[in-house]
Design a protein around this ligand. Sequence first.
Ligand code: KG4
Ligand code: ZN
Length: 337
Amino acid sequence: MKILAFESSCDETAASVVEDGRHVLSNIVSSQIEIHRIYGGVVPEIASRKHTEVIAQITKEALRTAGCEFSDIDAIAVTYAPGLIGALLVGVNFAKGLALSLGVPLIPVHHLRSHIAANYIAHPELEPPFLCLVASGGHSHIVEVKSYTSFKVLGRTRDDAAGEAFDKAARSLGFPYPGGKFMDEAAHKGNAEAIHFPRPKVEGSPYDFSFSGLKTAVINCVHNAQQKGIEINKNDVAASFQQAVVDMLSERLMMAADKFGYKKIAVAGGVAANSGLRERLEAECKKRGCSLYMPPLSLCGDNGAMVGSQGYYEFLAGNTAGPELNACANMEIDTLE
Ligand code: KG4
Ligand code: ZN
């Protein structure tokens, strides 16, 4: 079954053709990062406009690269929640129109479910149940993936997402948006023991996260140094910050794995590209005899292939929609089964 899949929840317009959920025939991503970088973050209205400008062209490219015609497509999948509402609507309406005109099913896909599904593409042997850390610019969840379409959130962030904390800390150090990648690079050259940043816990909720205190600590550290005219070692700040985030994410994920008896652990979302996190999880999983599944860097960020993969399993579960489908800015991962 060939699915043409779309992703437009934030600042990437993406289209992909995926066969039977696991075989990527094409994966075209058009990033708007350079435009939003000027403003230091994503400007929702600009994001929607840019999606509108490129979505038809990248659809053609996705089909051409896959060696397909529209007539070869068996279903259309699209990210419909959560995300920037105007941005989501571009993908949803385009997908609706295509599904209607081609006479094929329309499959709505939850963005975080699709991030998890990036692992199905990279690891053909991976099947639920497993435990997954989903860490992106907007979310930080520890999720039990009970089946392809059944999820239970064990922990989540109470304030900033991990990626958001990376981006804001990066901004205070003068790195371009989105700063996660630049923090990762700087951290390689720095001393992670140079500064002790806080690693807050949420009382009574052992698997929840809170990153805003850590983010503020970094911003204060940078501002204090600036006010005193002390030159700050950016690499040391980045390394110390990254170590704190990695400590928090990996500690809670592993605690959940131990408590709920998971031997298969996965990680997903933009922050899954972080080299410090990948190394730490590799070491922790090895220690416990757990298998670790991580997407390649190319599938950590937003893309259409992961939507095509999850879309296949949503289709098998009967989760299709009609022309009444609407986009939704906020939606829990476990809303549909
Ligand atoms: O999943 P994603 O592409 O978009 C959302 O759904 O939010 O995640 C983007 C986030 C950004 O905050 C970005 O800075 C972060 O992922 N990110 C990283 C790295 N690469 C991307 N964070 C830390 N280290 C990285 N190497
Ligand atoms: Zn994402």
